[in-house]
Every structure is written in C-alpha cells, then in structure tokens.
Write a protein that binds this ligand. Structure first.
Ligand code: ADP
Ligand code: ZN
Length: 221
C-alpha cells in the first residue's frame, strides 16, 4: 500500500460513508475531511457560520455553494492535505462545488472518486437508527437496548440523535441527493475518475472493495 491519496467518497446519506471514511483515512494515513463534521463543530462553537448553518441543516437543506467552497479551499490548503492528501466526505454535493473543486485541485488532482452505492430503500431504516457522538462525531447504530445516557466509547462524549435525523429532514435530504448530488456521478464518470462500489455488504467487505478500487485506480493496468 502506498500512503497518501486524494479521494472523494460519494454516496447517499446512510450508506455508511462516514464509517468507511474513518477507516480509509487510517489506511491511507490521510485526514478525513467531512464538511458535515466541520459545520457541526461550527454549530457547537456558536460561530457566525455555525448559527447560520444550524438553521439550514435542521431543515435538511444545503448550505450555500460559495460558503462551502471557501471552507474546503481553506482546509485543503493546509499542510497535511497538501502533503499527504485527504478523503473528502460530504463534498462536493452540487455540480458548482465539483467545478470549484476541479480548480482547487488543478495542481494535485484527485486519485479517485468512489461512489458508495446503496439503494434509497435501504438507507431509510439505517438513518432513523443513526446516533452520533456530540463531541467527536463517531457514528453509532441504535438497537434500542442502549443505556441512557449513552456514552461514546471513543471519547466519552454524549451519543445523541442528530437534530437533522428527523423523518421529514431525512426525506428531504434524500430528495436533494437525487436532484443535486447524483449528477456528480456522471460528472466524474466523464472525467474517468469514477468507481462505483456496491455498498450492500458487510462493512469489512465494503472496505476491502474500496481499498482495492483505489489501488487499481493508482496502478492502471
Ligand atoms: P448527511 O450526509 O447525513 O446529510 P452530513 O453530515 O454530510 O450529513 O451533512 C449534514 C448537513 O450539513 C447537510 O444536510 C447540509 O445541510 C450541510 N452540508 C454538509 N456538507 C455540505 C456541502 N458540501 N454543501 C452544502 N451543505 C452541506
Ligand atoms: Zn466521541
């Protein structure tokens, strides 16, 4: 395995993207850059961005492209991302964001865009059972037998239901995914960077598929 990689993981909400991104970031020794996590951190800190983003996120809407592009441009200019690469999670989410990302990465282009494919019918259930650590963002799946309060095993923070994981907001986010984000699959297919990974399998098997896809993209036969 060659350390370092510049990757995007696309996929519907609830496809298991977050967990796979954490594993990929350890495997390739690159930062996991999640725009959702960055926005939730801003909400916690009560910054101007956070106050604005909270309203948008709770309704399941998308934060404006210009703001998101600014955040990502800044993050990708930091030394770790320039030196080793990154795995981008939750960005780009619209075609204008992808166009801006092409410009940001013109010197150091992406190795691969992975689309973690899980059908819409299958993600709904997972999303309503999703819980997240308020402090470190680790995702969990509720089985109904957890103790209350539920404590994060990574950092000891409180494991909560996300404010935007209500049925209405989930449904709206999935609609927005079909309308705004799924066109990116064609966009990257045309660039020859796309690999579609069937995400209906055990987490270990999905991870194996993802890493072998990255390796084959970097060593074209
Ligand atoms: P999910 O994939 O479950 O919807 P994320 O954690 O990726 O969750 O994002 C949560 C929310 O943050 C989104 O619903 C949206 O409001 C906002 N957000 C995150 N990334 C972006 C982005 N690239 N563009 C616009 N809004 C974003
Ligand atoms: Zn935690």
């Amino acid at each position: 395995m060659i350390p370092g990689a510049r990757l995007i993981l696309l996929g519907r909400q609830g496809a298991g993207k977050g967990t796979q991104c954490v594993r990929l970031s350890r495997h390739f020794v690159v930062p996991h850059i999640s725009t959702g996590d960055m926005l939730r951190a801003a909400v916690r800190e009560g910054t101007e961005l956070g106050i604005m983003a909270k309203q948008v996120m709770d309704q399941g809407n998308l934060v404006g492209d210009e703001i998101m592009v600014g955040i990502v441009r800044e993050r990708l200019s930091q030394a770790d991302a320039v030196g080793r690469g990154y795995i981008l999670d939750g960005f780009p989410r619209t075609v204008p964001q992808a166009v801006a990302l092409d410009d940001i990465t013109s010197q150091l282009p992406l190795d691969a865009v992975l689309d973690l494919d899980v059908p819409r019918e299958m993600v709904l259930e997972r999303l309503s059972a999703r819980r997240v650590c308020r402090d470190c963002g680790t995702n969990y799946v509720a089985s109904g037998t957890e103790k209350s309060p539920w404590i994060c095993e990574v950092c000891g923070g409180d494991v909560m239901h996300r404010d935007d994981d209500t049925p209405a907001a989930i449904d709206h986010r999935l609609d927005l995914y079909e309308q705004q984000t799924s066109p990116l699959i064609e966009y990257y297919r045309e660039q020859g960077r796309l690999v579609v990974i069937d995400g209906v399998a055990t987490p270990d098997e999905v991870f194996r598929r993802l890493t072998s896809a990255v390796d084959s993209m970097r060593r074209p036969s």
